[in-house]
Write a protein that binds this ligand. Structure first.
Ligand code: ZN
Length: 324
C-alpha cells in the first residue's frame, strides 16, 4: 500500500489527490464520439538549414488550473494576465507534432493523441492527408515520451498501427517504465489506461520499435537529448543541419503562460517534479545562451520560438512567422 501510494504520488503528483478528472483515455472516449471535431488541419513550415520542418496541429485540450503544480494562484493569475488570457479555471493547450522532411523520408516527432483526448484532438492522420502525405510515407517516428497525447495517434480505434512503414524510437527507460506490468498493476485503476496504451503501442509496432539510450544520434540530422523528469525517460529531439538547429522539447516546457516566468512550476503529470524543473531550467539556460530555436508540443501553436533570460527567470519569444 505504501509503495502504491508513493508510486502514485511520484507518477501523477496531486492530480488524483485533488479529485481532478484524469486524462481521457481511449477507453473512456466512446461517450464523446458523437461530438463534432472542431480542429481544422493547421501547419507551419520552417527551415532548419536545408531541412524542412513542419509543425502540425493535432488539436487541443483544456488544462485545469489545479493541474499546474508548484505555483501560487497569484503567479498563475499574473501569468495568464501577462499572456492576455481570459481569467478562468482552464488554460487551453494545443497538441502539436513535428515533421522533418529528410532525404530518406519523413520523420515525425511524437504522434498526437489519437482517440485518447476526445474530439478536440487526434487530427494528425487527417492533417497529413490534407498535406498529401500518406501515413505510409512516415518512415520514422521519434517519441519524446509515452504519454497518451504523444502516442495515442500511433494506434487506430482497433488498436492497430496507424503508421505501417515507420520505425518507432523512444528512450529505453520510458519504454520499460510504461510497459512494465508490475508498475501498471500497482497504480490506481484510472491510471492503468496510460500503461495499457503504451503496451498496445509496443505490441502493435513490434520489431519496428527501436529503443535508444542516452543522447542518441538517430541520423538524418536528428539526435536526442535526455530531458528526464516529466516522465522517467523523457527526451528532447535536436534537429540540426550545418550550424542551424531546432530543439524540440516535448513537454519539458508546456504551459507558456506560467513556466517561463516560474520554471519551477510543473504539471501534475510530471513523474518527478523537481527533476522536471531542473531539466527545464537547464534547457532554458542552454537555449538562451546559445540562441537556439526551440519548439514544444503544448506551447502556443506553432510553438516555435526562443527562450530569453530575464532578470528573474525566462521569457518566451515566439518566432516571427517564417514566410516561405
Ligand atoms: Zn504532452
Amino acid at each position: 500500500m505504501t509503495q502504491n501510494l508513493s508510486r502514485r504520488t511520484a507518477l501523477f503528483g496531486g492530480a488524483l489527490a485533488l479529485g481532478v478528472p484524469f486524462l481521457n483515455t481511449r477507453f473512456a472516449i466512446a461517450q464523446q464520439a458523437e461530438a463534432p471535431a472542431v480542429v481544422l488541419p493547421t501547419f507551419y513550415d520552417r527551415m532548419v538549414g536545408d531541412l524542412r520542418v513542419t509543425a502540425v496541429l493535432d488539436g487541443f485540450f483544456d488544462l485545469g488550473r489545479p493541474l499546474i503544480t508548484n505555483a501560487t494562484a497569484e503567479q498563475i493569475d499574473a501569468g495568464m494576465a501577462n499572456a492576455y488570457l481570459a481569467a478562468g479555471d482552464q488554460i487551453r493547450l494545443p497538441i502539436s507534432v513535428h515533421l522533418v522532411h529528410g532525404a530518406d523520408g519523413i520523420t515525425m516527432i511524437d504522434a498526437g493523441s489519437g482517440n485518447a483526448f476526445g474530439p478536440t484532438a487526434g487530427r494528425i492522420a487527417a492533417a497529413l492527408a490534407t498535406m498529401g502525405i500518406s501515413t505510409d510515407q512516415i518512415t520514422r517516428i521519434v517519441l519524446t515520451h509515452m504519454h497518451p497525447d504523444h502516442i495515442g495517434g500511433l494506434l487506430s480505434a482497433e488498436g492497430t498501427a496507424v503508421f505501417g512503414a515507420a520505425s518507432l524510437h523512444v528512450h529505453e527507460t520510458d519504454l520499460k517504465f510504461w510497459t512494465d506490468e508490475a508498475i501498471a498493476a500497482s497504480v490506481p485503476d484510472d491510471s492503468k489506461p496510460f500503461f495499457a496504451l503504451a503496451r498496445g503501442v509496443s505490441s502493435a509496432y513490434g520489431e519496428r520499435l527501436v529503443p535508444f539510450v542516452g543522447a542518441a544520434d538517430l541520423g538524418g540530422g536528428l539526435s536526442t537529448v535526455e530531458a528526464f523528469g516529466h516522465t522517467p525517460g523523457h527526451s528532447a529531439v535536436r534537429v540540426s543541419d550545418g550550424t542551424d538547429q531546432l530543439l524540440v522539447l516535448g513537454d519539458a516546457a508546456a504551459v507558456a503562460a506560467v513556466q517561463f516566468a516560474h520554471p519551477d512550476a510543473g504539471i501534475a503529470f510530471d513523474a518527478d517534479g523537481a527533476q522536471a524543473a531542473a531539466t527545464r531550467k537547464a534547457i532554458f539556460d542552454m537555449a538562451a545562451a546559445d540562441r537556439i530555436a526551440v519548439a514544444a508540443t503544448h506551447l502556443p501553436f506553432p510553438g516555435v520560438g526562443h527562450v530569453e533570460k530575464t532578470d528573474s527567470a525566462y521569457a518566451w519569444v515566439p518566432e516571427h512567422w517564417q514566410v516561405m
